[in-house]
Design a protein around this ligand. Sequence first.
Ligand SMILES: [Zn+2]
Ligand SMILES: [Zn+2]
Length: 356
Amino acid sequence: MLDRRKRIKSSEEAPTVTVSGDQCDFFDTLPDDIVLCILSKLGSTANRPADFISVLSTCKRLNALGVHSFVLSKVSSKGLTVKAKNWSESSHRFLKLCSDAGNVEACYTLGMIRFYCLQNRGSGASLMAKAAINSHAPALYSLAVIQFNGSGGSKNDKDLRAGVALCARAAFLGHIDALRELGHCLQDGYGVRQNITEGRRFLVQANARELAVVLSKTSSALIAGDWMTWNPLPHLRRGDVVGPGCPLLSDFGCNVPASEPLPSNKFLSEWFSDKVLGPGLRLCSHAGCGRPETRQHEFRRCSVCGAVNYCSRACQALDWKIRHKMECTQAERLVDDGDGEDNDNVDEDDGMLVES
Ligand SMILES: [Zn+2]
Ligand SMILES: [Zn+2]
């Protein structure tokens, strides 16, 4: 794997270290495996792709060693976070190299991009499956959403039981949306035998974990003491402009920001922000999701206003708490009634009553 002997030999042939130090070439004397370790550390701590890729372009040696599978398998999720507007053949190639090297995050990211953006459903789903086999919770959850909706296929391709099984595995690994989805499935008897008590328990757990995640990321706000504001029944005050925080936990009297969307969801949102979807296709109305429909009327609609669509119960419940309960109104019901495949939506007050 590593060509240490060759490197040492070449450094012996070209001793450029001088006493004066102005022509030092210690770098050439470093064996390959040490350079690989340094590069993998760099990749694993990169905050954006450029942090890693710009180093590879400095010399031939780094360029060659930088694409070693040992290094690519370690590139961090931030190091893989390509912006949709910067998407190119070379960014596709980079993600492909990383996923071939066994980088699970790259498998998931490229899988999502291929499945939803490039409409290469088969290879996208198998890349996500590769990540899911390696216990990548977002990949398991995304495959569950695909199974619940029969995405990429017809209505008959929905496999609710498979969706619940994938969700359960992702929830077991700590994925909050999966836990919420599973709670709703149990409450509604959707793809699994109904168990309202157990479903409610999962929803409470999802809220508790969400609170823990949000608070761990807002320590500065905590110190400032402005996170805990009394905010009684904000859903009754329609039209209120919510500040930088959102009423995610408003039922508990707290205003805390919604958690950051995952990089792959951000990519989808950016990708579709300036593109026209196919005729009759809609995006999931939850801002942190970005998933598009793959056929008409695939997503569930809000049964009250009919004006918003969701890829999953989790997205619906979350968007209800964050935004939609302040906007939802029966008067806005659209004329295209009855077009949803799956109009058995959770109650409008689901996010507020069931989950609290
Ligand atoms: Zn969604
Ligand atoms: Zn609504």
